[in-house]
Design a protein around this ligand. Structure first.
Ligand SMILES: [Zn+2]
Length: 431
């Protein structure tokens, strides 16, 4: 049982929080921005200081590697992203990078013997908040291994043409990449020839650990999901002159539909939970009314629907409820639904999950098994090499906002759990 350093971890947390500091407790650190380059320079400086060799690939991912005792062994990699959303917090992504650094720093400082080379990694553009989509670069690097349904979303040529959603000195992601001082040869990309296992530490981004009084969690899987576009079609007329009974008001239709959907889904969720399953989560985060003028009855309304649960049968039943409701009449409007994307549940490597759980137990940590509802680079990575994730308790369950917080102690606990899980993997004859 080795332990990471609270003092060294705290110092990293304070230092990285300066890069993109928005002045009220959080950061804006878009991928490939000046602020992200400051974080990358700090990563390079600290990793070279302990004797790690820093390499970059063609999409600006960074890899800092400490050699192991076996020259033929593949690398064990840890890492996450260093970009944030606009006005995000000091932990999302960078916690996994700081954890990887802390593991390497502890190994170097204490002279911990290990067979495999150990690599700390930064993924480029996970958030996709300046250049969409999210998980862009893991989508590029893991492209050949992705399910067929996901491949078209991450075509290299299309990703290079991604245009910024906010002010930027570059017209496309490709131009920003070409100007980055952190690019290198494509051969340096994470691949199964050179890497044998991946660990990503992340903040939970929800309240489950906190509510249970646990510090850290061993992530079992990333939930499957489906996303639908739902549209209602009526017709427009004057808000002041057209009688109520003759209206085909698409927004009223959408509002009724949404309430009924919640009712039906809440009822079904009770059944799901009664069967001993976790509840499914569902969200309408986008609504657009046309023509969106206060004197005009809306003729067309769009709403999104995002549903997540690990069990494909539960997702299938949710889809059936949706289809049943869509076939009904809503305020004399027609309802059309269209699948946007579907993603299967990604199960993390059982052996690595086992190493994480053993480590948490041996540390005497307050820990639990947990599921991920959010997407992460690790879920694409799992298609390529054995992968798993660890979660740290998130204050009030908040993330992607400035109050996002993980205590220094919990950050250090997740680093210690990662270190010991990595050492178990290193010692295992299976890797
Ligand atoms: Zn993240």
């Amino acid at each position: 049982m080795y332990k990471c350093s609270l003092e060294r971890m705290s110092d990293k947390i304070r230092t990285f929080a300066q890069f993109g500091d928005a002045g009220h407790g959080g950061i804006t650190r878009y991928s490939l921005s000046k602020e992200a380059n400051m974080a990358r320079a700090e990563f390079k400086k600290r990793m070279e200081a302990i004797g790690a060799v820093v390499e970059c690939d063609d999409v600006a991912c960074m890899y800092a590697t400490l050699p192991g005792s076996d020259p033929d062994a593949k690398r064990i990699v840890m890492g996450s992203h260093c970009d944030s959303v606009k006005n995000g917090g000091n932990y999302d992504g960078i916690l996994g990078v700081m954890t990887a650094m802390e593991v390497l720093e502890t190994v170097a400082a204490e002279g911990i013997p290990h067979k495999h080379p150990l690599t700390a990694m930064i993924w480029t553009n996970e958030e996709g908040s300046l250049y969409p989509p999210a998980m862009m670069v893991s989508g590029i690097i893991c492209h050949d291994y992705l399910p067929e349904s996901l491949k078209p979303n991450f075509l290299y040529e299309n990703m290079m043409k991604s245009t910024p959603m906010d002010e930027s000195e570059f017209a496309t992601f490709g131009e920003a990449l070409a100007a980055s001082p952190y690019t290198g040869p494509k051969e340096n990309r994470l691949s199964p020839d050179k890497y044998c296992a991946m660990f990503e530490a992340h903040l939970e981004q929800g309240p489950i650990l906190e509510d249970a009084g646990n510090e850290i969690g061993a992530v079992q899987l990333v939930m499957g999901m489906f996303n639908y576009a739902i549209r209602f079609y009526g017709f427009s007329a004057h808000a002041g002159t057209f009688p109520m009974a003759k209206r085909h008001d698409a927004l009223h239709a959408c509002a009724d539909f949404l309430c009924e959907l919640h009712k039906k889904y809440d009822e079904y969720n009770k059944e799901v939970v009664a069967q001993g399953q976790p509840e499914f989560v569902f969200t309408t985060g986008e609504i657009q009314a046309h023509p969106c003028i206060h004197t005009v009855i809306p003729d067309e309304v769009y709403m999104s629907l995002d549903v997540r649960h690990p069990d494909p049968e539960v997702r299938k039943h949710c889809m059936e409820i949706l289809k049943e409701l869509a076939a009904k009449d809503w305020q004399q409007c027609k309802c059309e639904i269209k699948e946007q994307w579907v993603r299967d549940t990604v199960y993390f490597d059982e052996r690595l999950v086992g190493f994480v759980e053993e480590s948490m137990e041996e540390m005497g940590a307050k820990w639990q098994k947990i599921l991920s509802g959010a997407g992460h680079d690790a879920q694409f990575c799992q298609y390529v090499i054995p992968t798993t994730m660890l979660f740290a308790r998130t204050k009030d369950g908040l993330s992607h906002c400035e109050p996002e917080h993980v205590s220094d102690e919990d950050c250090t606990a997740v680093a210690t759990a990662t270190l010991n899980a990595v050492l178990k993997c290193d010692a295992s004859p299976e890797f």
